[in-house]
Write a protein that binds this ligand. Structure first.
Ligand code: KG4
Ligand code: ZN
Length: 340
């Protein structure tokens, strides 16, 4: 296959989004996603329901990705898929589908680490921000992950900090749930935070050594705070919702920025790339902008469609691996706790 004519199909099914994307020479031709609304009424992702919805969605989503890209499956050079980390039942659907399709078409199969993909999404052409130069620090923040990664090369990455309990998106979602917000609560918490006073209430930041994070204590502190205040005034949450949201967001953003500052100081790296759904948060975006002025950082945030769970990020890793001849064997298995 001539190097200029490589089409890769990326498939992502690690959590509750069934996604497929076609990439041609680093440029995205299609980026389709079927999000599973069914979890909203449960206040969180239900693994069993997620696997079933993936089974329903995967063929239509792949079909749509090929159609939008304007190619037929016989033109594909390879199939890239998310091997892990994620929910096992969800991963199995994408993995089995990718293996069968690659086998049927007699083309290479490429396994992709979901966390590496969040980082390498920055190398999609037209990703919406400049490409970060090596070495850089990547902060991946979503409902499933919170990591600081030192990135020395496309495939030379070292996790230098991560959460020891909840992910930062869970901190938003779980504290939002305590306040009666719908799932996922992050976007509404953000909207309300912009209308409130971030210093109205003070929540203690967790004391965790080094570059690791912890968010479960914050959730408990908010629970006790709400219980205490509603004993005095049953309408406390309703009457002060914006200020409470602003104060929670201020605390969470502070935790993230403190660790980033430390990571930048320890490594001497000032290029900072952000990925994951929480990178949409206005507080974190503002704090990063301030970091550019205060600490001389250069920050990189791709378009939202490439920061939440998506298949374009799987396809770009597939493309980079294809160029280096990194293919998987057909007996490869999904791995819920995959680590790089
Ligand atoms: O990357 P993502 O779409 O899926 C995974 O969790 O992997 O991230 C979803 C998470 C949810 O926890 C959601 O509440 C959070 O991102 N989120 C936000 C915002 N937009 C999405 N959190 C805070 N502020 C936002 N604007
Ligand atoms: Zn993710």
């Amino acid at each position: 296959m001539p190097a200029e004519n490589i089409f890769i199909l990326g498939i992502e099914s690690s959590c509750d989004d069934t996604a497929a994307s076609v990439i041609h020479q680093g440029r995205i031709l299609s980026n389709e996603v079927a999000s599973q609304k069914i979890h909203e009424s449960y206040g969180g992702v239900v693994p069993e329901l997620a696997s079933r919805a993936h089974q329903q969605n995967i063929v239509p989503v792949v079909h749509q990705a090929l159609k939008k890209a304007g190619i037929s499956k016989s033109q594909l050079s390879a199939i890239a898929f998310t091997r892990g980390p994620g929910l096992m039942g969800s991963l199995l659907v994408g993995t089995s589908f990718a293996k069968s399709l690659a086998y049927g078409l007699d083309i290479p199969l490429i396994d992709v680490d979901h966390m590496q993909a969040h980082i390498l999404a920055h190398f999609i052409e037209d990703a919406g921000s400049k490409k970060p130069p090596f070495p850089f620090l990547a902060l991946t923040i979503s409902g499933g992950h919170t990591q600081i990664v030192r990135v020395d090369d496309n495939f030379k990455m070292t996790v230098i900090g991560e959460t020891i309990d909840d992910a930062v998106g869970e901190a938003f979602d779980k504290s939002g749930k305590l306040l009666g917000l719908g799932y996922p609560a992050g976007p509404e918490m953000d909207k309300r935070a912009q209308l409130g006073n971030p210093k109205a209430y003070k929540f203690t930041k967790p004391k965790v050594d080094g570059l690791n994070f912890s968010f479960s204590g914050l959730k408990t502190a908010i629970l006790y705070f709400v219980q205490r205040e509603t004993k005095v005034d049953p309408d406390f949450v309703k009457n002060n919702l914006n200020d409470i949201c602003a104060s929670i967001q201020y605390t969470i953003v502070g935790i993230l920025i403190d660790k980033l500052k430390l990571a930048s100081k320890q490594t001497g790296i000032k290029h900072i790339a952000i990925g994951g759904g929480v990178s949409a948060n206005s507080g974190i975006r503002e704090a990063l902008k301030q970091g550019e002025v205060k600490f001389g950082w250069t920050t990189y945030i791709p378009k939202f469609e490439f920061t939440t769970d998506n298949a374009a990020m799987i396809a770009i890793v597939g493309y980079l691996k294809y160029l280096e001849g990194h293919f998987s064997k057909q007996d490869i298995t999904a791995s819920a706790r995959l680590k790089f």
